[in-house]
Write a protein that binds this ligand. Structure first.
Ligand SMILES: Nc1ncnc2c1ncn2[C@@H]1O[C@H](COP(=O)(O)OP(=O)(O)OP(=O)(O)O)[C@@H](O)[C@H]1O
Ligand SMILES: [Mg+2]
Length: 397
C-alpha cells in the first residue's frame, strides 16, 4: 500500500483522483490545483508519491527548487513529445514521467513502482492495540481516538482506528465524522471481508489516521462475527503501522477475537472501588482463563490523581499488576473536544490528558521500533526518469 497526493489543473483533477482511488494498493492523501498548497500539505503529511501535472509546473517556475528537494518521490504527467516538459521534469528531479496520451493505463503501474510503501521498506505487520475495560464510561474511546492520533504523530506512519463498540460505537462522532460506509457494510453479505472494500471503508480523519466506523444502528451488530474481526484486523495490520481498536465492555465473541489477535490489550480503569473490582476480575480472565502472557495486558489508569480516596499504589496492589500508564483528569477539555467532534489531541494539544496520551504513544512507538525488524527486500528493477525519457534499458539497483 502507498499514499498518493495529486497536484493537477482543475480539468484533470477529478479524473486523476478517481483513477488513483481505483488503484488497488493506493490511498489518496489529497489533491490540489495549487502547487504551493500541495507542497505544504505534503510537508505536513508525507505522501508515498506526489503526482504533478506539468501544466502546474509550467506556471510555477519559482517553486522548482523546492520541488527538487522534497524527500518523497515525484512523478510528472506531461505531453509525450514536449521537450520543455521533459526539461522541467528533470529540473525538479522527478522519478518518473507519465504520458498525457496514455495516462489512464500507465498511472497505476508507474505510481506503484515509484511510490514508497506505507510502512517504509519493512512491510512488517503493524502492532494491534486493543483498548478495553470491563466497565463502561471509563474513557476507552477518548483514549483510543487520541492514542491513534498520538501514534500517527509520533511515528509518522499510518494508523488505523477500528470502532469495535459494535452497538453504540462513538469513534465517528468523536472525530466529527458521519461515515457513509461502516463495519456493517463490510460484513453484511456474509462473504469474507474484501481488501478493496475495506480500503474504501476507511475514512481519513487526521494526518495518517484512518477510521473504520462501527455500524450505524445497534441491530446491525448482529451480523458482525468473530471471523470478520480476524479478517479485518489482519488486513489492517498489513497496511498500517498501528491498529487501535476501541471496544465495548464484555467477553463477547467479537471482543475475544480482538483480544486474541491483539499484541497489546490496554485495560482502562479509573480510581474507584467498583471499577477496580471488575477490572480485577477481567485480569483474572485474561491471565487464568485465556493464559495471555503478563506483558500482553497493560493497565491504563485514567483520571489518575483524582481525589477519590483510592491511592495509585493501592490500585497496583489490588490488581496485582503494575500500572503501565497514568492519564490525569482533564476537567472539561475532553468533553468539549468530543462535543465539537475535534479530537482532544488536535484541539487542545497542551492539555494535561493530551500530553499524557502523547507521551504514552511515544513510548509505545519507541518500544515497537526497538523490536527487531525484517530486512527489506529490494528486488524490483527501477527505471530512472532519464532512462524512460531516452528509452534506455532499465537499470538494476
Ligand atoms: N481523563 C479524563 N478527564 C476528564 N474527562 C474524561 C477523561 N477521560 C474521559 N473523560 C470523559 O468521560 C466520558 C466518558 O469517556 P469515554 O466515552 O471515552 O468512555 P468509554 O469508556 O468509551 O465509555 P463507553 O463505555 O460508554 O463507551 C466522556 O465524556 C469523556 O470526555
Ligand atoms: Mg466508548
Amino acid at each position: 500500500m502507498f499514499t498518493v497526493y495529486v497536484a493537477s489543473r482543475d480539468e484533470l483533477r477529478n479524473a486523476l483522483t478517481v483513477a488513483v482511488k481505483n488503484i488497488p494498493e493506493a490511498i489518496l492523501n489529497g489533491s490540489s490545483s495549487d502547487l504551493r498548497q500541495a507542497l505544504e500539505e505534503c510537508a505536513a503529511e508525507v505522501p508515498g508519491v506526489l503526482l504533478i501535472d506539468d501544466a502546474l509546473l509550467a506556471q510555477n517556475i519559482g517553486l522548482f527548487e523546492k520541488v527538487a528537494e522534497v524527500p518523497y518521490p515525484v512523478v510528472v504527467l506531461a505531453a509525450p513529445a514536449d521537450a520543455q516538459a521533459a526539461r522541467r521534469a528533470l529540473t525538479i528531479r522527478a522519478k518518473d514521467f507519465i504520458s498525457l496520451d496514455r495516462w489512464a493505463e500507465d498511472l497505476g503501474p508507474i505510481l506503484s513502482r515509484v511510490a514508497v510503501p506505507i510502512q517504509g521498506e519493512t512491510r512488517e505487520d503493524g502492532r494491534v492495540l486493543v483498548v478495553f475495560s470491563s466497565k463502561g464510561g471509563v474513557g476507552k474511546t477518548t483514549i483510543a481516538v487520541n492514542l491513534a492520533i498520538g501514534l500517527a504523530k509520533a511515528s509518522h506512519q499510518p494508523v488505523a482506528i477500528m470502532d469495535l463498540d459494535i452497538q453504540f460505537g462513538d469513534v465517528a462522532p468523536m472525530v466529527g465524522d458521519a461515515p457513509l460506509v461502516t463495519l456493517y457494510d463490510l460484513v453484511k453479505s456474509g462473504a469474507p471481508v474484501d481488501a478493496e472494500m475495506l480500503k474504501r471503508a476507511l475514512k481519513r480523519v487526521a494526518n495518517n489516521v484512518y477510521m473504520l466506523a462501527a455500524p450505524e444502528n445497534p441491530e446491525e451488530a448482529d451480523d458482525v462475527r468473530a471471523e470478520h474481526i480476524v479478517q479485518i484486523l489482519q488486513l489492517l495490520r498489513e497496511t498500517h503501522a498501528y491498529v487501535v481498536v476501541d471496544t465495548a465492555p464484555g467477553y463477547t465473541d467479537v471482543n475475544v477475537a480482538a483480544f486474541d489477535f491483539a499484541d497489546t490489550i490496554l485495560t482502562a480503569c479509573t480510581p474507584d472501588v467498583v471499577t477496580l473490582r471488575t477490572v480485577g476480575q477481567a485480569l483474572q480472565v485474561f491471565y487464568d482463563g485465556f493464559h495471555y502472557p503478563k506483558d500482553k495486558v497493560r493497565i491504563v489508569l485514567n483520571r489518575s490523581g483524582s481525589r477519590t480516596g483510592v491511592e495509585t499504589a493501592d490500585i497496583a496492589q489490588v490488581l496485582q499488576s503494575p500500572i503501565a500508564y497514568q492519564l490525569p483528569s482533564d476537567g472539561a477539555f475532553p468533553v468539549r473536544a468530543a462535543n465539537e467532534g475535534h479530537p482532544l489531541l488536535l484541539q487542545f494539544p497542551d492539555s494535561a490528558l493530551s500530553r499524557a496520551i502523547y507521551s504514552m504513544a511515544s513510548e509505545l512507538v519507541r518500544e515497537t521500533q526497538g523490536r527487531s525488524r525484517q530486512e527489506s527486500k529490494k528486488t524490483s528493477a527501477k527505471r530512472t526518469l532519464f532512462a524512460r525519457l531516452t528509452g534506455r534499458k532499465p537499470k538494476e539497483v
